[in-house]
Design a protein around this ligand. Structure first.
Ligand code: ATP
Ligand code: MG
Length: 289
């Protein structure tokens, strides 16, 4: 990698506000090209908000965000985005190939693309994620993991250099979680792209991520697992005493005697019903302060 190549992300003293509240407060960090970053933090920590800011959907209240050395712009073709709320799944009779094509620029909903270069790109991404056999099957007949594979294909249209994947593991069982993580990792290495992968559980990602970006309490900590997943760093991010335990190669982050991952997961809904809650996301996080 050349020394002069700009970093994938340069976040310099960035504050992000929503509803008059700082979700991220004066945060600075740099993500290098080709890194696989696990984005963690409790419900409401700002994982989705950060991704929306990188996409230009939320202007920073202060500070500077640079993506591949450039100021943030909406519709940046160098970024692929898998949103946490997957409304595209509402139309469930659509065939796999047409579903992928829906995310291409200039698509006509539910109809095959007119444009030959779009059609070519759709075949390219289907092959890349190994989903050719899903192309002719209706979405309604696919498993959660298979749909996730098509969603990843959508993000890869147009050859982005940075993928923002917001909770791709939601509602998947451990075996399918591993499948999705390994798929993302393989594609990321093949294309040498940067990935921000948000999740509620650290352990499935543990052996694959390069570094962790942990958000909490308006702060961000970016570093290796050993640097970030520690008592002092997490206690600061959670604003309360946190214990970190390592057992058989797994890491357990505990608040008192409750495991934090489990607490966050208690009310997480599956993507089956995500489209029904498009406008009231968050209502079920009743344990939040
Ligand atoms: N439009 C909005 N106006 C005001 N506050 C908002 C708005 N959207 C989100 N928030 C708040 O911003 C905070 C950060 O939300 P965000 O969705 O980024 O968290 P998250 O880390 O992605 O959480 P989760 O793990 O539940 O997906 C939350 O407290 C949320 O309630
Ligand atoms: Mg979120």
């Amino acid at each position: 990698m050349s020394r002069t190549e700009p970093a994938a992300l340069e976040i310099d003293r960035v504050t992000l506000e929503l509803g008059g509240r700082a979700i991220l407060n004066d945060a600075s960090f740099t993500v290098r090209n080709g890194e696989f970053i696990g984005v963690l933090g409790p419900n409401g920590a700002g994982k989705t908000t950060l991704m929306r800011a990188l996409l230009g959907l939320l202007p920073a209240a202060s500070g500077s965000i640079r993506v591949h050395g450039e100021a943030v712009v909406r519709g940046n073709p160098s970024i692929g985005y898998m949103p946490q709320i997957r409304s595209g799944l509402a139309n469930r009779r659509v065939l796999g190939r047409d579903f992928v094509a829906m995310a291409a620029n200039g698509h006509r909903w539910g109809l095959p693309p007119r444009n030959a270069s779009v059609r070519h790109d759709v075949e390219r991404v289907l092959e890349l994620v190994g989903a050719q056999q899903l192309a002719t099957r209706p979405l309604s007949e696919l498993s959660g993991g298979e749909r996730q594979c098509l969603l990843l294909a959508q993000c890869l249209l147009g050859n982005p250099h940075l993928l923002l994947l917001d909770e791709p593991l939601i509602s998947l069982d451990p075996r399918h979680q591993t499948g999705v993580i390994e798929l993302v990792r393989r594609v990321q290495r093949e294309l040498h792209i940067t990935v921000l992968f948000s999740a509620h559980e650290l352990n499935p990602l543990l052996n694959l991520l390069d570094r962790v970006l942990y958000l909490g309490n308006g702060r961000a900590a970016l570093g290796t697992v050993d640097e970030v997943i520690s008592k002092p760093v997490l206690s600061k991010l959670y604003g309360s005493p946190i214990d970190v335990m390592r057992v058989n190669g797994r890491i357990f982050v505990m608040s008192g005697d409750v495991e934090i991952d489990k607490l966050d997961h208690a009310h997480e809904e599956g993507d089956e019903h995500a489209h029904e809650h498009e406008h009231d996301h968050g209502h079920h996080h009743s344990h939040e302060k």
